[in-house]
Every structure is written in C-alpha cells, then in structure tokens.
Design a protein around this ligand. Structure first.
Ligand code: PLP
Length: 393
C-alpha cells in the first residue's frame, strides 16, 4: 500500500501534534471582542455544548435535541409553522432555500433593495430564472412601502422578498405594510431575518410572512454555519404544486422535509456539533426572554451613540428606522483623513476589538458596529469608547 504507513505512530508523535495544535491556538488565535456586523462572540456555555461527544444524526438522543431546537425556534420567529428547521449552511443558503423553492423559471418577483443583502436576493432570484423587479432606496433609508406596493400591483409577482434588518446600512424595514400589500396581491412573502432573529421580537405569522431565514452568528451568538428557517403551509403548498423540480437538490424542501419534517429519514448528515451549540444558544435566549433581550440591545445601542457623539460620530439612520443590534455611524472628518481602515486595524491589534467598515458606496464613510446577542452589553460599549478615546485624544 504505497503512501500508507504500516507502522503505528509513536506516542511522541501524537504528543508532538498536540503541542503543535496548542501552539497554533495560543499563538495565532487571540480572543477578540467581535463588534462588527457578525459573527458575534459565543457564550462559553455554547462552546462547551459544542465540545460534547458526537452521537449519530439518527440517534434518538440527537433527534430529541433537534425537536427541542425546532420547538425553540418557532416562538423566536413568531410562528407555528411545523416546517421550522435549522438548515445546514449559512444565512445565504437560507436565502437560496426560500427563493429557489418558491420561484420557478419565468415567475415574477419583487425585491426590496435597501443594501447589499437585498441585492444578493436579486442575484439569487435571477439565477433561479425569475423575472426580477427591484425597488430600491437610498442607503441608510427604509424601503418605501407604497413604492413596493405599486411594483407589486403592476407586476403581480409570485413572490415579494426583502430584508428585515439590512446589515449593510443599519436600517429596519417596515415589514407589516409591505407584507400586507404583497398578501393583498396574492404573493408569497419572503423575509431575511439574518440579523434580526434573537435581537428583535419577530411575529411572522401575524405579519403574514411565508418564508424566512436567519443565521446563527449574529443575535443568536452561536458560531456561523446554520440557517434557521421557517416555511408556512402556503409556502409548502406552492412547492408541492411546482411544475419544475427545485434546481437545488440540497435545498429542496420536499426532500429536506423527510428528515426535518417528522419522519427523520436520512437526507444529509446533520452538522451535529453545530446543533448542540444552537440548542444551548436558544435555551439562553429562552431563559432571558425576548422582551429583556430587545431592551438590552436598545440600551447598548443608545449608549454607543451617546458615547461616540462627542468624538464626532453621527448615526447614518433616523431614530425611527435604526436597528438596535447594528449601528451605522458616519465618521468624523478627522478619522476619514487619517484613514478609517488603519484605525480599525489599530483597534484590532492593540485592543482586540473588531468593528466593521462600510460596504459599497458607504465604504470609507461609515462604520458598522454590532452589539449583537451576548455582546449587547454596556461593558463592551465602554471598552470600545475607551479604546477610541485613547486613540483619538
Ligand atoms: N442577509 C443578511 C441581512 C446578512 O447580514 C447576511 C450576512 O451578514 C446574510 C444575509 C448572509 O449570511 P451568511 O454570511 O451567513 O451567508
């Protein structure tokens, strides 16, 4: 057997490897305070949960845990949809799952574009062969519900899609008004809740949302890698009456339903350790309660804005539409002149604090500061303010 070692490796070899890995962990991975647009820091209990011994993905113990995860996700989304599941991939896969299942080639879709992630929705829908109508808004402003309504009335789309919490601009969208216009025209409504789930109370059933997805690395404070998602019975009926197969085998809801929908028949190997982490993260949210959690996010964001105002940072978004978990701040001239990217590097290297820069037209003009999930605490706001005070004095 060329290339295979026939002699067992010595214990020194494995001790050496362990030492090597410890070395890498200690030398290369300094802990960071993650105050960018995601990921956010993970609670030690979530990390401990991830380190539990692996069991099989069809083991009754694991299936019980999966039931618990699905049961905890429903109230967080504000839905009773039986088909509420953690998709085994990041938020972008949640976006794809919603759009490729609900759209067939030639279908009309209206997408609200208030930033980078609305744009990504258009791209995904276009690749699914849909006819996309974009309704855009200025960066930092919310979608205009009546412009969305006009586009809906004009194009009679099968699907209306938009982002609840647009992470590229820090704007919260007027969900109910848009969903109402879409429903009136008989369209299905898809909502991106990647940044809002676990930071703002969601009420998808009451809002009339048919499909929504999120990500684990933002306000759920779990590692990235899963996309909690939910589909209404109306959405599932639409999938059942498709004329063409869903272009993605991996994200085909009818196939996924075999495992996540109740029968627990193998579809793909569930990412077991990631589900351990999500279960623990969701329990923490359940124990805290969404009311307190929202309050904590709002308090942290207010303290951030107040603390940075004397240094010349100004909110990009009007108070009424501002997200509590992701604050976008226009940079003072002095920071733009000195080079905002180099100041972010200094924050990272000297203080181990990560903050996000602007995207697209807002690059170099704003910072995106996330106080998400576990990180929405005054102590972290103070750490950032003190570091900046020190650097800017
Ligand atoms: N939608 C929004 C609003 C996001 O903020 C992100 C990621 O930042 C995504 C979608 C994509 O998620 P992921 O990077 O987990 O694929």
């Amino acid at each position: 057997m060329d290339g295979y070692r026939t002699k067992p490796r010595s214990s020194e070899h494995f001790d050496g490897l362990r030492g090597y890995h410890r070395g890498i962990m200690a030398a290369a991975l300094k802990p960071r305070l993650l105050l960018g647009p995601g990921p956010s820091n993970v609670h030690p209990r979530v990390l401990e949960a991830m380190a539990q011994p692996l069991v099989g993905h069809l083991d009754p113990q694991f299936l019980e845990l999966l039931d618990e995860v699905q049961a905890l996700l429903r109230p967080l989304f504000g839905t009773e949809n039986p088909m509420t599941l953690p998709l085994s991939a990041t938020g972008s896969a949640g976006m794809e799952a919603c759009l490729v299942n609900l759209l067939e080639p030639g279908d009309a879709v209206v997408v609200g574009v208030a930033g980078v992630f609305g744009n990504r929705m258009c791209d995904v829908a276009q690749r699914a062969g849909a006819r996309v109508t974009r309704v855009e808004t200025e960066p930092g402003t919310p979608l205009d519900a009546s412009a969305m309504g006009d586009a809906i009335d004009r194009t009679q789309p099968r699907v209306v899609a938009f982002v609840h919490a647009e992470t590229s601009t820090g704007v919260c969208q007027p969900v109910e008004e848009i969903a109402e216009r879409a429903r009136r025209a008989g369209a299905l409504v898809v909502l991106d809740c990647v940044t809002s789930l676990g930071g703002l109370p969601l009420n998808l059933d009451a809002w009339g949302i048919d499909a929504a997805y999120s990500g684990t690395q933002k306000c759920l404070s779990c590692p990235p890698g899963l996309s909690p998602a939910t589909f209404s019975p109306r959405a599932l009926a639409r999938v059942a009456e498709r004329e063409t197969p869903v272009q993605s085998w991996y994200l085909d809801l009818a196939l996924l339903g075999n495992y996540f929908g109740g029968n627990r028949v193998y579809h793909h190997t569930a990412p077991i350790s990631a589900i351990y982490a999500l279960a623990e993260g969701l329990r923490r949210i359940h124990d805290e309660g969404m009311e307190l959690r929202e309050q904590r996010h709002r308090q942290a964001a207010d303290a951030l804005i107040e603390g940075l105002a004397p240094m010349g940072f100004r909110p990009l978004v009007e108070n009424d539409h501002r997200l509590p978990m992701l604050t976008t701040l226009r940079l003072p001239e002095a920071i733009i002149e000195r080079g905002e990217a180099s100041l972010r590097t200094t924050l990272l290297e000297r203080y181990s604090i990560e903050v996000g820069g602007g995207l697209g037209d807002l690059a170099g003009q704003i910072w995106r500061i996330g106080l998400m999930g576990e990180n929405a605490r005054l102590i972290h706001v103070e750490a950032l303010i003190n570091a900046l005070r020190h650097e800017l004095q």
